[in-house]
Design a protein around this ligand. Sequence first.
Ligand SMILES: Nc1ncnc2c1ncn2[C@@H]1O[C@H](COP(=O)(O)OP(=O)(O)O)[C@@H](O)[C@H]1O
Ligand SMILES: [Mg+2]
Length: 261
Amino acid sequence: MQEQHTDRSEPPRLRLDNITVRFGGLTALDSVSLDIPAGRIIGVMGPNGAGKTTLFNVICGVFPPSGGSLELDGSGFTPKPHRLTRHGVARTLQGLGLFPGLSVRQNVAAGLAATSHRGLGLLALPGAVRDEKRLAVRAMEALDLLGVAAYADALPDTLPYGIRKKVALARALVSEPRLLLLDEPAGGLGHEDIEELANIIRTVPGDGCSVVLVEHHVDLVMAVCDRIAVLDFGRLIAEGTPAEIGADPAVADAYLGVEVA
Ligand SMILES: Nc1ncnc2c1ncn2[C@@H]1O[C@H](COP(=O)(O)OP(=O)(O)O)[C@@H](O)[C@H]1O
Ligand SMILES: [Mg+2]
């Protein structure tokens, strides 16, 4: 219920300022402005085609916006996909995106590789990350955090979907991001796995990392998010606490439209 974005001393982790994305004649995002505060979990909801994945793609530099700008921790931000780790941004993909030919451990270590090659000090072990062994250790720590270290040597395709989802999350977390983007992490998970996922997501802001959670699973979003933004046809139609969003008639309308269709 309390207002969280009036603190002027600290810029938001991420600020979207009037972001517009057009694909030919289609406006996928229409002047969307949104602040992601540091250390908070922000949900992004909306019916299929609302522009949720497009929002992530803009934040990740997959395509530049047709209009508007981004700020990361108060500075202008022009994301480039290959430099995301360097900016402290990590994402999981809708689906899994694991490398089938690599072991679970190698998949997670791949989440660090981009950082280590550039020799950045974002990690707690500056310099040491070049060392293969250190990479493996860090990967194991991330797998351990998610309770799936026992599968380190397995190939992803041999594992149940819920375990693979955790591996994908470990790969995103291993770089110790300050902004974590999760695109439908609950997709394909059963009820118990979703509860576990909720608990994992809740722990992420403990390190000051902000989380943006795109998810169809309304219960999960309501349960873990500090604030929720709702997109419909590329427009931000509501933003507020879970209670506010749950009581917003415009949000109900957007979802009702989907049910009727
Ligand atoms: N690369 C693209 N080229 C053309 N149209 C796209 C592209 N990506 C998304 N769109 C369109 O933009 C709209 C928003 O899509 P998307 O962001 O994937 O929605 P969501 O993730 O909310 O389901 C949809 O109408 C979709 O068809
Ligand atoms: Mg999507």
